[in-house]
Design a protein around this ligand. Sequence first.
Ligand code: MG
Length: 403
Amino acid sequence: MTIEVAIAGSTGSIGTQTLEVLARAGEGYRVVSLSAGRSADLLIRQALEVRPDVVVIGDTAHEAEVRAGLPSSIRVYSGTDAMADCARQADVTVNGIVGFAGLPVTLACLEAGRRLALANKESLIAAGPVVQRARRTPGAELVPVDSEHAAIHMCLRGIDAPADGGPSRVSRLQITASGGPFRGRTIEQLASVSVAEALAHPTWSMGPKITIDSSTLMNKGLEVIEANELFGIPAGDAGVGLSLDDIDVVVHPQSIIHSMVTLTDGATIAQLSTPDMRLPIGYALAYPDRSNTPFGAIDWTSPDLFGNGTLTFELPDRRAFPCLDLAFAAARLAGTAPAWLNASNELAVAAFLQGRIGWTDIARINQSVLERHDGGTAESLDDVLAADHEARVRADELLKQLR
Ligand code: MG
């Protein structure tokens, strides 16, 4: 049986690595569609290589250019609706779009009862209740591609639910964090860090937005909200019924343990591999089977295992990295608060990358926007879109004041 794959955000870090995984896997998969925001040149090269049925460029201005670069046997469309259409038709869609812009693909895929390999955490975080409803569509399946959540997903599969249908035997989740490039620095030292320093991640090679989020620990905060959405739902409904208070963040600079699950009997189960996103991508593509192509496998016979054979753990510095607790606060406020925080953070990170604000201003703006949250609820997609818009307006005002 051939699994038909749609790749949304094919020219980004997750998209290009998905194509590597599929090339190595060989038979068993067929890429039926590729979509990307605006990188027309790379999109054309990818399409000439894998020959999908459909190619979508998000930015309508590039549609003619993409069409001219491809044979007429490949159908070319543009715009967000066309991207969402692709996600309705494939067996599995890898959503590697960056930011809130990934939401239409997430919803279209789940509402069509298909499998979603989700790397776009922002859509789940900002639109939690709406995505949860879509997740209940018969046939819909959400497999996380975030390395921490894929790790927890793998650990949970090894734990049988109680035979009597009683409460889950999972007592806590431990999400690991590398600590990013600024681990160990004080607030004072962090006031003057540059964009280049923030982009120099010690263990993971990722796109710029998530790399900056890793430097502020906002990525970890967003991952706590993501874990709460993915696994906080009741046991038997793909979750384990835990709450935010049952999620720990553990700094583990070597990025070998990708997350852990602690059981009611005291045992902790972990997933280990070297940092390589192709492992969680391959996992989500092959699910519920396991891939035959290894990525990130540890050589346990190597003389320089993990550098010096040591794995270390420490608590996060919540004072130097306030974004972590802002995410917990947004998750507790619930409703559209996570959407507000996510929108504010997207604008603040973009402004930092453009050199318009300092690194510490990212947390400052996020905190100010979250303090202004209007208590809105996220019942519908319209609520979420309106909240995202409102928070962007607030963040933009604050950015203008800072300059
Ligand atoms: Mg992650």
